[in-house]
Design a protein around this ligand. Sequence first.
Ligand code: F6R
Length: 608
Amino acid sequence: MCGIVGIVGQEPVAGRLVDALRRLEYRGYDSAGVATIHDGRLDRRRAGGKLFNLEKKLDEEPLPGIIGIAHTRWATHGVPNVTNAHPHFVDGVAVVHNGIIENFSELKDELVSDGAVFESQTDTEVVAHLLAKYRREGMSQRQAMLAMLNRVSGAYALVVIFQDDPNTIMAARFGPPLAIGHGRGEMFLGSDAIALAPFTTEITYLVDGDCAIMTRNGVEIIDYDGKPLVRKSQISQAAAFMVDKGNHRHFMEKEIYEQPEIISHALGHYIDFASHTVKPNQSDIDFGAVSGLAISACGTAYLSGLVGKYWFERYARLPVEIDVASEFRYRELPLSPSQAALFISQSGETADTLASLRYCKEQGLKIGAVVNVKESTIARESDAIFPILAGPEIGVASTKAFTCQLAVLAALAIGAGRARGTVTAADEKAMVKHLAEMPRIMSRVLNEIQPQIEALSRELSRFKDVLYLGRGTSYPLALEGALKLKEISYIHAEGYAAGELKHGPIALIDEYMPVIVIAPHDRFFEKTISNMQEVAARGGKIIFITDEAGAAASKLPTMATITLPNVDEIISPMIYSLPIQLLAYHTAVFMGTDVDQPRNLAKSVTVE
Ligand code: F6R
C-alpha cells in the first residue's frame, strides 16, 4: 500500500524524504512523488515506476526546501501514471494520501459543479480541492483541515502542506497508520517507524480520528472538532533491526534463511526450553474456559490460521470457526461472548482483519492478536497480544512471518490443551521438545535441499500451471505453496485438499501439469499416495515432498522427490514450509521477476 513521509526540518529535505520512501518500498508501489515549499512556493517532482525514476528527476531538477512531503502510490483509483501520482496540488495546497476516500464521487460532483477542474483520476484530489475551496472562503489552514476531515469518509492517512505556511505539516488518520517522529528542532512523519528509523526513535502513533499539527517545535494532536488530545510517545525498536539484505540477493532469500534463528527467538517467548513446557499464559484470554475460537486473517496469515485450526481442534478440543477476513467481516456470524477470537496479521494493519476484529469486539468476545508489529492497530485494539517476534519482514511474500505465526499457534494450542485437560503433561513435554529441536532441523533442511530445489526450479519455470495437494495440516501448506508460487513467479498455481482432486481438478492433469504433493509419512500418508496414484495414472508430473519414511514407502515415478528428515507432526508444517518457499523463490529468480516487490502487490493492505 502507499507509503507516506513528511519532514519539517532545518536543512533540505528532498533527499531525506526519498531515503525514507526507500524504507517503505517493501509496502509495494507503482509511482512516487515529493513536494517541498521553498521561497514561498510549492513545487513537486513525480515519476512513474520505481524510486530511481524519481531520483533521476530530482537529479535533473533538484527540489530545494526545508519542509516537504513525499509518497509512494499503490494505485486504487486511476492508473499508475505521473498525473495520478501524489502529491496532488490545488491552489497552494499539497496532499498525499494512503487509503480510499469512499464518498469521493459525491464530493467530486459537488466540487465540479462549483467550478473545480480535476487533473487526475484519483480520489485524493477531492481533498486538495476541498481544502483550497475552504481557504478561498476565508478559513485558516487549521479550520480548512478540520472542515475537510468532517466531509470525507473512508479509510485514510492524509498529509497536507499549505504554500502560505512553510512551518507546518498537517496530518490525519482514519484507518491506515501514521507515525510521528520527534527530532531536535525537526519533526518527521511516516507510514511506519521503519521509515523514520534513521531520523529518530521517539515515535507517537496517531489513532483513528486524530489530526496532527506538526511544526519544528513539536506536534499538537486534536480531534476533528479541534479539541486537544494527549498521545504518549514511545521508543521504537525499528532502528534496532538491520533493514538490509546482508549477502543475500533478495530480502525474501534472507528472510527464508533467517527462519531457524528467528523462530528459536520467537519460541523462547512461549516455551521453556529447560523444562519442555509451554510458559503460563498470562494474557486476558483463558483458553481453558472459552467455548470456542473464531480465527480470521488474510492471505498467508489466514493459511497459518488454518493450520492453527487443526491444532486447536485436535489438541485442545476447541471448535474453531475460521474465515478469510474479507468474508468474515460481512458474514454476520453468530458469536458468543464465551468464545475468544484470534486475529493473525504480520503488519497488524490489514483493513479486513481489523474490521473482523471490531465485529468480534462488538459481539463481546475477548480478542487476541497474533502480530509481528506490536505497536500496530490490531495489537492496540486487542485484549491480548501474542507477538510472533519475526523482526521486520521486507519481502512482500511472507515467509518468516508465516513460520513464526505457526510456531506461536502451536505453542498456544498445546497450552490450551493443557489448560483444558486434553493434553497430558507427558504429551506437552514431547511436543515442546520437538518444537525446541525445530530450529536445528530447519537449518539442516535449508542447507540440504537448496541445490536440488534450485535445479528443480529451473524445470518448474517452464510450466504455465501447477497444482499443489496436501491433507491435514499439509492442506493449508498446499494452499500456501500455490499462493507463494503465483505471487512471485506469476505462474498460475492452485492448492487443493488431496481428497478433492477427483471432484474436479483431476480433469486438468496431463503431462503439462506438474503436481506438487506435500505428504509427510503421517496418518494421512496412504490416502495421499492413492491420490498421487490417480495423478500418475493420467500422466501427471509429480513433485513429491515427503520424508525419509515416505520416500521409502512410495514406489511411484516422480519428476522429483524432495526428501526431508522424519519429523513429528507438530513441527511438520514449519519444516515443509521451507521447500515450498525455496521452490517459489528460485522459480521466480529464474523467471526474472521482481521477487521482493512483485507486480500489483502491497505488503500492508490498509484498504478493503
Ligand atoms: C502473501 C502475503 C499476504 C499477506 C496478507 C495479510 O505472501 O504476504 O497474503 O499474508 O496480505 O497480511 P498481514 O499478515 O499483514 O495481515
